[in-house]
Design a protein around this ligand. Structure first.
Ligand code: HPA
Length: 245
């Protein structure tokens, strides 16, 4: 079984063989390794040197690379800002849903009308595995913003009426995974309170939090690799077929 991991750089690095995966959206560098008799493919979302900011990430190439290599399940790892006092920095957050405030292209299909169902936006099986491992994780709604700037206080005051955390990378990644028929779930580290919930935000603080919490994320991902069932009983793989007009 092949499992993909898309990680925020610095967050989760893996030792393995570096490979190049070709896609029609561009080539993607991945790390291939074996764990618990499973083939693991790790892609650093922002590129090797964290060069690409969130709005410049080649989400289409990353997900297509996972599809081309044959990954049936992908875990996306990222940091988020909390818009709720009870979701503290340092917590693990597993989104149950999202709202998209980005301005990005969120489809692979330009020439055929495919309307994938997102009433359950994450794979219930992979998400269930993550929730089973990360017992203290918070759940809720992820609001996706365009970035690369952080939000204003007024924006957060509005967005917190809709969701619980804010981040820049879940969309279009989760949507493209569904369009590709890949089981996808998101694992987030809350790195800070969002604008207005704390005085000032610094990137150093965000980086420091993931440095501190990296071992926890690695532990959850390692366990998940072992526990994701090889037989797919969810409907994720049928999404592009069922969504065709
Ligand atoms: N806003 C948007 N994205 C983020 C934040 C934030 O406060 N923290 C980490 N990613």
């Amino acid at each position: 079984m092949k499992i993909g991991i898309i990680g925020g750089t610095g967050f989760y690095e893996m030792e393995g063989e570096e490979i190049e995966i070709e896609t029609k959206y561009g080539n993607v560098t991945a790390i291939h390794l074996k764990k618990w008799q499973r083939d693991i493919f790790f892609i650093a979302r922002h590129g090797k040197a964290h060069a690409k900011p969130a709005h410049m990430v080649n989400y289409h190439a990353n997900i297509m690379a996972m599809k081309n290599i044959g990954a049936s399940a992908v875990m996306g790892i990222s940091t988020v800002g909390s818009m709720k006092k009870n979701i503290r920095p340092g917590s693990i957050f597993i989104p149950s849903d999202f709202i998209d405030f980005t301005k990005r292209k969120t489809t692979f299909y330009d020439d055929v009308a495919i309307h994938v169902d997102l009433s359950q936006p994450f794979c219930p099986v992979v998400r269930g595995v993550l929730l089973g491992i990360a017992k203290n994780a918070k759940e809720g709604i992820y609001v996706a913003t365009e970035g690369p700037r952080l939000e204003t206080k007024a924006e957060i005051a509005m967005l917190k009426k809709f969701g619980d955390v804010v981040g820049m990378t879940l969309v279009p990644e989760a949507v493209l995974a569904r369009e590709a028929g890949i089981c996808y779930a998101s694992l987030c580290l809350v790195s800070n309170y969002a604008a207005g919930l704390q005085e000032r935000l610094s990137i150093e603080e965000i980086k420091e939090m993931y440095r501190k919490r990296k071992p926890i994320i690695e532990k959850i991902v390692n366990e998940a690799i072992k526990k994701i069932p090889a037989r797919r009983k969810c409907r994720c793989k049928y999404a592009p077929i069922e969504g065709k007009l």
